[in-house]
Design a protein around this ligand. Structure first.
Ligand code: ZN
Length: 329
């Protein structure tokens, strides 16, 4: 059996996992992220393969190593993840949506931020078994951002040898040998990631996305980042416009009015470039919305749209402002 993974599915996992385990977050509060896959079984000659159509981020671990022992809930560690009612609601909605397309939930994925990619403890095995019981071809994917970024496999035990990798996407896919026995072994499943020119290009894109996510989609308070970004961009644009106005005023006073046209033209070009750069950043931000946890979408997307609309409003009046300045001189 081979698992087929389209580009956007792979990038969703990279983004959702790097969001809670990156250079902007202290390592001891990195969080595990988990989600599910929807897709379908495809028959290739005598072989049954699994085609994944979507990856949905569901939750990030709320447990962190700094929590005091009183707050420490042993279930979190033994079972890995504790899903809330909201998460169960997400599962039902995603399943329903998939069903309407003739697809279904085909497995789960989660991250091991900074540690070896495998099915660890009973939690991971139990979860995988529960998917295999429901769907015999179900899979478990485990991703480690460090594995992608540094192209290394970390040892199972601290101090063990570090293995150097090449063009590795940062994950492995597993299944349990006996879906009725959580003490049974797990084994690796073959996969193909589709939509990239070659594996080098794939790794470059995934590593680049990890950097963008670190800078623009890190942690829980992502709209704070966007609020600051948009406010700064608007302020910078306004101060640029003011700067042009003042500069042209100075030229006139110095009797260099012949230079007005040339200066106005080059300054306008700079402003257009600034606007275009901001536009690209905003498009990225919009794309990142696909990487939100399912339950966050209804709350966060409208908030972000509102923040971004402030920029749109500013740009709407840009031509007016430039014409006003041009008329003045
Ligand atoms: Zn795990």
């Amino acid at each position: 059996m081979t698992v087929f993974i389209p580009k956007n599915v792979y990038l969703t996992i990279v983004a959702a996992c790097v969001r809670f385990a990156n250079k902007k977050i202290p390592k001891d509060v990195w969080k595990e992220v988990s989600g599910i896959f929807t897709g379908k079984i495809i028959e290739n000659e005598n072989k049954k393969d699994l085609y994944i159509s979507a990856a949905y981020p569901i939750m990030h671990d709320t447990f962190n190593l700094n929590d005091s022992i009183d707050e420490y809930d042993p279930r979190t560690v033994i079972d890995g993840f504790e899903y809330s009612d909201e998460d169960h609601e997400s599962f039902a909605l995603i399943d329903e949506e998939a069903f309407s397309k003739g697809e279904f939930t085909v497995g789960w994925w989660h991250s091991h931020p900074g540690f070896k990619v495998m099915l660890s403890g009973f939690g991971d095995r139990k979860t995988t078994i529960s998917y295999q019981a429901y769907n015999p071809l179900a899979i478990a994917l485990v991703f480690n951002p460090d594995r992608l970024n540094r192209q290394i496999e970390l040892p199972q035990i601290a101090g063990g040898p570090i293995k150097q990798l090449k063009s590795d996407p940062g994950f492995k896919i597993f299944r349990m040998e006996d879906p009725n026995d959580r003490y049974s072994n797990f084994f690796e499943i073959e996969y193909k990631i589709e939509g990239f020119e070659n594996s080098e290009q794939m790794i470059r894109m995934a590593q680049k996305l990890a950097i963008d996510i670190t800078n623009f989609f890190s942690g829980e308070n992502i709209f704070e980042i966007y609020e600051i970004f948009i406010t700064n961009r608007i302020n910078e644009l306004n101060s640029n416009l003011q700067g042009i106005d003042e500069y042209l005023g100075t030229l006139i006073r110095k009797g260099e009015s012949s230079r007005v046209y040339e200066v106005l033209e080059s300054q306008t070009r700079d402003i257009r470039k600034f606007v275009a750069e901001t536009f690209i950043k905003i498009e990225n931000i919009k794309q990142f919305m696909d990487y939100l946890e399912y339950k966050e979408r209804d709350i966060i997307i409208p908030k972000i749209k509102e923040i971004l609309s402030k920029w749109d409003e500013t740009i709407e009046h840009l031509n007016e402002k430039l014409t006003e300045i041009a008329k003045k001189y």
